[in-house]
Design a protein around this ligand. Sequence first.
Ligand SMILES: Nc1ncnc2c1ncn2[C@@H]1O[C@H](COP(=O)(O)OP(=O)(O)OP(=O)(O)O)[C@@H](O)[C@H]1O
Ligand SMILES: [Mg+2]
Length: 254
Amino acid sequence: MKFKVPIFSVKNLSFIVRGQKILSNISLEIFNSEYVAIIGPNGGGKTTLIRMLLGLEEPTSGEIKLYGKNIKDFKFWDKIGYVPQRASHVDASFPATVQDIVNMGRTSKRGFFSRMNEKDKEAVHDSMVKMGVLHLKDKMVGTLSGGQRQRVMIARALASKPEILILDEPNTGVDILSQKNFYALLAKLNKEERITIVFITHDIGVIADDIGRLFTVNQKAIICNNPKEALSCEEMSELYGIEAHLIHNHKHEH
Ligand SMILES: Nc1ncnc2c1ncn2[C@@H]1O[C@H](COP(=O)(O)OP(=O)(O)OP(=O)(O)O)[C@@H](O)[C@H]1O
Ligand SMILES: [Mg+2]
């Protein structure tokens, strides 16, 4: 049997700022082709945890490994597509077209100063098609609606053909129909292209059927291996004050 190395492996991670505990003793693993959602209250530490997994913030203590390698020795960052929280908030006068923004997704693959080759162009085109923004390619990104801009940011992340896609609350302010299409798209990327997805969201009810595991982060992390088991998640959520019963309600809507 082949031993499965987790993509992310976190052990006893803590983050303390000026005496305030932000994250406390977090241990978790995320495996290839998983679809994991992270929920938790505002200020619970979700974004901080993700930033640590990406080496953007250093933990006070604990260990982070990527593909079995200590994060300090990890070099294959273009395997990971990351759409930060509020990534799509750009000024109306921001001087870049949609195409320019999505092109940036190829920068790390080809080096900043080299020209886009056919493969780059194809990847950019494909990811714009996938995210339904191809028709917007010549528009200035600052003139788009919030939802359209979010799609562009995700297209940029997909352009690098990542193995892992990390999305930090990409749906704020997006209409319900667009959200539904977006969730269907994520599920498809996960199922058909085997892209590992880590999705921070408050919208857990809607994606409960798609996700494999659910992590609740509120200083500590609780891992729910079967998010459809409403009871266990409800217990978990009571403990942490999260409305995970939404999962339960959602299932009863049908
Ligand atoms: N470098 C830092 N210095 C000081 N405080 C920090 C730092 N990083 C995070 N924090 C604090 O840690 C807490 C957790 O923040 P974080 O952004 O991770 O929460 P979150 O779960 O993503 O919240 P939200 O749902 O609102 O996005 C906040 O109180 C924040 O102010
Ligand atoms: Mg956050």
